[in-house]
Design a protein around this ligand. Structure first.
Ligand code: GLY
Length: 291
């Protein structure tokens, strides 16, 4: 890795993005990537950068996460999020929470705690114990929430060579109350490990979990650059007849992505790039290394 190099990539979900929502997807992802990039440029940590970037996406009603989430079959919000520090392999994750505005912030608070995953009331009690804000009553789905939207995430590499990854979601619209997908499961929806890289996914949670998509991308990252490694998702997805997308940073700080959905909203920045780039399809990614 080049000394002092940093990289960040965020996603706002793998799906079909309607024409009238494309600008909001680009600007929402760009704002999150910019905030994370500002932290990394100043020498801040990858874990702080991914937490802040995902909080911004959770606060943006364009995306299915945090307060912009879709409802389940009972018309209720149930949120999942996970975060991983690649330098320590510490993991924090929450699932099926309904009164937490920023689930990724609570997950990040768990990085120094023993459990790696807390669900429902237990996760909300943990948030209260850390002084994190809880809504007095369960959050309600926004009337304008787009039922087709899916999950947000971020991967970052900081100047000291540490990786982090995070994912946050309102789940899939109309699913059974209590259903949890891939987003809070390490090795499924996200993973990060120093010296190898990091990945965050979006898509059909059951298929991603059954095929351990994050773990497959991480294995590919041991020998491949970012975009080639991201493409490890395609075969398993074909077998499951499922849709998903992945964002990836490799050991050298290279950024890559792959998706078999119509679109994947993405923004990225790096120490060797000017400004924040956005895209809605993998064909828009510059691949200078011919990956
Ligand atoms: N990918 C998010 C979910 O299936 O819940």
């Amino acid at each position: 890795m080049v000394e002092g190099r940093w990289s960040i990539v965020v996603h706002g979900g793998a799906r079909t993005i309607a024409h009238n929502r494309r600008a909001a997807n680009r600007s929402g992802c760009a704002a999150a990537a910019q905030a994370g990039a500002d932290i990394l440029r100043r020498g801040g940590s990858a874990i702080e950068a991914v937490k802040v970037a995902v909080c911004i996406l959770e606060d943006d009603p364009t995306f299915n996460a945090g307060s912009g989430s879709v409802g389940n079959a009972a018309g209720e919000i149930e949120l999942d999020a996970g975060i991983m520090d690649g330098s320590t392999l510490a993991i924090g994750a929450v699932a099926a929470v309904s009164r937490i505005y920023n689930p990724v912030e609570v997950a990040a608070g768990m990085l120094d705690a023993a459990p790696i995953l807390l669900v429902g009331a237990g996760a909300e009690a943990f948030a209260r114990s850390r002084g994190l804000p809880l809504a007095a009553t369960p959050l309600a789905p926004l009337p304008a929430a787009d039922p087709g939207h899916d999950t947000v995430g971020c991967v970052a590499l900081d100047q000291t060579g540490h990786f982090a990854a995070a994912t946050s979601t309102g789940g899939l619209a109309g699913t059974m109350p209590g259903r949890v997908g891939d987003a809070p499961l390490p090795g499924c929806g996200f993973y990060a490990e120093d010296g190898i890289g990091g990945v965050s996914l979006s898509g059909d949670g059951e298929a991603i979990a059954r095929t351990l998509l994050a773990a497959r991308v991480m294995r590919a990252l041991e020998t491949k650059k970012a975009t080639s490694a991201a493409r490890a998702i395609f075969k398993p997805l074909e077998r499951m007849q499922a849709e998903a997308g992945a964002i990836v940073i490799d050991a050298a700080g290279g950024i890559g992505l792959a998706h078999n959905s119509d679109h994947l909203a993405v923004a990225y920045a790096a120490s060797d790039l000017k400004g924040v780039k956005t895209l809605l399809h993998q064909n828009e990614l510059d691949e200078p290394d011919g990956q």
